[in-house]
Design a protein around this ligand. Structure first.
Ligand code: SF4
Ligand code: SF4
Length: 369
């Protein structure tokens, strides 16, 4: 077992993490590098005062993982950032907005503190949903409260394969924000309540639309709580299988798209590409580079301008390369959509499940009963 400090001391100062970090890319003077973030650990552990830049740098991260991916000596940069945030929270030094969002998740069951009674407002009468089934559908906070077309499209596509999932009537926020900000005890308690509830329903599989929910349920909950008694399936995997076995036969479209890759599932990039190439020509957005949307883990509420500048990297690039930006993360949709609206910037962006459902069934907005 290594200590984080030993790993930090193994840094060879190659600066590879500097170049891939979007927070560093959009700010001047290399003040906010991933390397700099982890170099504050000793001071944080000792409870020493941090400069404003050092403090900001720890919270100027979406924990997208791009730095982890390029570090040649495998320093777990995002784990160290999470640990620094955990210590700062325990020392009462985390940003007030981070504390408030964490409280929203625990008390109101969504990061934005949305009205819990509106969580299932996306459900329309045309959707075939079972009262009881082996398969459940989890929309997640950002789909349920901000991008309801994703949920409707997902259920329509599942129905097409004779899958009529039940809903998790006591669906919870997955708690990714708590995990990103080192609130691990609260996240573990949250995971226990949610997993125990899902298992009480006798469900064998939970289908999720959100890459964040997918990673949290599949990979974080077993660490925070215990192995799950049910499988977690990412909706795009099901849609790809449905295209491959001929259940879905998308029509060819005469425009080009760029894909806004979702950080939590950046090791599954072939899945959205397989789906999209069945209907449209794909132009790569950032070649092999993973560039986050700039929203997650508290970057957006704590540093709105930097967060907007990061979002605009995707907008600017897609406009140079393709007719449309396609996303498979509801939070990317929410964040980039909001940034463009605030700037009066034209945006042609669509979620992949919505694009696929529209291709097969027509406009999802017209599917209401
Ligand atoms: S996780 Fe992403 S945003 Fe955070 S330091 Fe690494 S590259 Fe930068
Ligand atoms: S990529 Fe790794 S080794 Fe290179 S500067 Fe960053 S932390 Fe250090």
């Amino acid at each position: 077992m290594y200590s984080f400090q030993e790993k930090i001391d193994s840094c060879i100062d190659c600066k590879k993490c500097w170049d891939v970090c979007p927070a560093n890319t959009v700010t001047e003077g290399n003040r906010f590098t991933p390397q700099g973030k982890i170099e504050s650990l000793a001071k944080v552990v000792a409870g020493e005062k941090l400069t404003q830049d050092e403090m900001d740098n720890i919270y100027l991260s979406t924990r997208c993982g791009a730095c982890d991916d390029v570090c040649p000596v495998d320093i777990p940069i995002t784990d160290i950032i999470q640990y620094e945030r955990e210590l700062l929270a325990k020392q009462g030094r985390e940003p007030a907005k981070t504390t408030a969002i964490s409280k929203n998740i625990i008390e109101r069951n969504s990061p934005g503190g949305m009205d819990p009674s509106k969580r299932f407002d996306w459900v329309t009468e045309d959707l075939e949903i079972s009262e009881k089934s082996d398969i459940a559908y989890m929309a997640g906070c950002w789909v349920a409260h901000s991008q309801p077309d994703i949920a409707r499209s997902t259920i329509r596509l599942l129905n097409h394969a004779d899958i009529r999932p039940m809903l998790l009537k006591e669906e919870k926020c997955c708690g990714l924000f708590l995990i990103d900000n080192g609130h691990l005890e609260e996240a573990a308690e949250h995971a226990k309540k949610f997993v125990d509830y899902i298992e009480s329903l006798g469900v064998k599989k939970v289908v999720v639309s959100c890459p964040g929910c997918y990673i949290v349920l599949n990979h974080e909950y077993p660490n925070l709580y215990r192995e799950l008694d049910f499988d977690v399936e990412y909706s795009l995997n099901i849609f790809r299988d449905m295209i491959n076995d001929g259940t879905l036969k998308p029509k060819k479209l005469d425009y080009t798209v760029s894909i806004r890759d979702a950080c939590p599932v950046r090791n599954l990039k072939d899945v959205p590409r397989d789906i999209l190439s069945s209907m449209v020509e794909v132009k790569e957005l950032f070649d092999d580079k993973q560039v986050c949307c700039g929203g997650p883990a508290g970057l957006k509420p704590n540093f709105p301008e930097i967060s907007s500048d990061i979002a605009m990297l995707s907008v600017k690039n897609y406009k140079e390369k393709a007719d449309m930006l396609v996303s498979y993360c509801p939070f990317c949709m929410h964040h980039i959509g909001g940034v463009c609206k605030s700037k009066d910037e034209e945006l042609n962006m669509k979620d992949i499940s919505v694009l696929l459902a529209e291709n097969i069934f027509g406009d999802v907005k017209e599917m209401k009963s």
